[in-house]
Design a protein around this ligand. Structure first.
Ligand SMILES: CC(C)(COP(=O)(O)OP(=O)(O)OC[C@H]1O[C@@H](n2cnc3c(N)ncnc32)[C@H](O)[C@@H]1OP(=O)(O)O)[C@@H](O)C(=O)NCCC(=O)NCCS
Length: 205
């Protein structure tokens, strides 16, 4: 695993919504306490979440950060913002995720509880694999792509950057999904799909 899994305090979780709290839990299960965590969220600033302070983005400085926002475009924008404040990206991996020994988890990645990531997988920086999702052998997940809860990627899949795979969706073996495509919940992607599409149903179209 890369050094991206080791954060420097304060650890900023960018986004204090549901995903932010899930990321907090993954950190907590790794032994990180609320004292080391700052949530960065302009809408919820001045409050507290799980005992950790919530600040406006403009009031964060240094330390490390992870963006807890599932939307790839939002994640990209917030990454730039945090790095302009001198914060460095870190990865967050829930201790009960299963990750093959040869997989590198790069800074900015989030891997939640019960995710399974098989051998030969390439997870690029700022990708997310949510709870109960599986990523089959030799699959490539490009930057900013999100795999939502319970989705299944078979072996040798390629997801280009900024793809979202919805809950319980399935991408069959060897399928290539173009940049920015959104696969709706429960859809089954059976063949190569071009960039920038919204796909639903079985088979996905
Ligand atoms: C596909 C998706 C992006 C469409 O969102 P949207 O554009 O806001 O669409 P709407 O909710 O307005 O629905 C439009 C129509 O598509 C249908 N629809 C929506 N999502 C669908 C899906 N995944 N599969 C099949 N049909 C779907 C709706 O029932 C509706 O049908 P109707 O016109 O006959 O009533 C969204 O529904 C989806 O699947 N998102 C993934 C969410 C997810 O996995 N979240 C996990 C978070 S933990």
């Amino acid at each position: 695993m890369s050094d991206g899994t080791l954060g420097v305090a304060p650890i900023h979780i960018v986004g204090a919504g549901g995903l932010g709290r899930e990321v907090f839990d993954a950190l907590f299960q790794n032994g990180v306490t609320a004292a080391d965590v700052v949530f960065a969220d302009d809408h919820l600033a001045a409050g507290e979440v799980h005992g950790a302070v919530v600040r406006r983005l403009a009031d964060t400085v240094g330390g490390s950060y992870v963006v807890a926002v599932a939307d790839p475009a939002g994640r990209r924008r917030l990454r730039r913002r945090m790095e302009s404040m001198g914060s460095t990206p870190m990865a967050v991996v829930h201790p009960r995720a299963v990750i093959a020994h040869d997989v590198v988890v790069w800074p900015g990645c989030v891997v939640l509880a019960n995710a399974f990531i098989s051998t030969g997988v390439r997870l690029e920086p700022h990708t997310q694999v949510h709870s109960n999702a599986t990523v089959g052998h030799d699959t490539i997940v490009h930057e900013y792509t999100t795999v939502l809860p319970g989705a299944n990627l078979a072996g040798n899949v390629v997801l280009e950057r900024d793809v979202t795979v919805g809950s319980n969706a399935c991408v069959l073996s060897g399928v290539h999904v173009g940049a920015g495509t959104f696969i709706g919940a429960g859809a089954v992607a059976t063949k190569t799909h071009p960039a920038g599409r919204l796909l639903t149903r079985v088979p996905a179209r």
